[in-house]
Design a protein around this ligand. Sequence first.
Ligand code: ADP
Ligand code: MG
Length: 359
Amino acid sequence: MAKITLENLAHSYLPNPKHEDDYALKELNHDWVDGEAYALLGSSGCGKSTLLNIISGLLHPSQGRILFNDKDVTNAPTTQRNIAQVFQFPVVYDTMTVRDNLAFPLRNRGADPSYIKDRVQQIAAMIGMEATLDHKARGLTADAKQKISLGRGMVREDVNALLFDEPLTVIDPHMKWELRTQLKSLHQEFGHTMIYVTHDQTEALTFADKVVVMYDGRVVQMGTPRELFETPEHTFVGYFIGSPGMNVLAADVQGDKAVIGGTQISLGKGFGAPQGQVEVGVRPEFASLATGDAGLPVTIKRVEDVGRHKIVRADFQGAEINILAGEGETISPDMNRVVFDTAGVNVYSNSWRVTPEVA
Ligand code: ADP
Ligand code: MG
């Protein structure tokens, strides 16, 4: 197992990159702590696979270095990096049996046959394929083949890291949950460094200790699910995580006051005088409806009952503000204001969070 360090790393698929826009992966400095389970989360095209393939050695970065336990592996081939990688779509040997597919990485490394037998059995149980161990992979469903790929990724205990690139895409929803649980327990048992790529926030938040959020070729935040919820460092993290995501409103901020669409509200703490494009971000969990004249004037458009709570969609000067209300809360038509709990208010300057002044 290893700590993985990325130093001034960047990648462009173009031969002569000039502008920042030419880079699929913008310059990045980052340590992946040995033994942690990470989720790499972001929408399609933001650079997740590019980053993973650079770590495993499938792709050589245009600039920067990769270190495993402080040893430079930038020019080391995949085989020397000792990494297991599982891709979005199955990679299996069709003419081999399930058993031989699973045993392959161990045989390749000259493991002891009796160990291989036991380990393969163990993995087959994890992926629920004990009954098909002696079937040829050819003819199995995509779902079953992907489980073999996952099993092959997990079979070696001595890898530096396990990388999963959206591995559950072709798996049916019920099995998805089960396999994710298996991966999690595998992590707890062996303590491998794991990086799990997904575009699904639920998957990321349930799997990982730390979530690394990428946006447009850049890591915009690395944090615990709670940090991503409470203090999104970039407005993208605010939108992308949560359902619905954070409300982001253009504002004029001076000290502990913000003027939003002509109405002044109190922020509860000081933010100095942020420059550039200034916005206030408030998650629906920290917004509530009120009557009277405090808060922003809104018109309720719609109330959606989603089980444990209600989502209120309100109009504020043509923009939508989402509010979470409790299941038993009464929403009356005369509620014409939205107020924010200042504990949940963040301020952004050019999309990046402004650190509040300590009182
Ligand atoms: P993700 O895995 O987050 O969906 P990728 O890392 O696959 O994103 O892609 C990041 C960007 O790099 C995208 O704009 C994609 O079109 C581009 N890209 C990916 N692979 C290649 C390639 N082999 N050649 C050129 N551009 C690529
Ligand atoms: Mg990808």
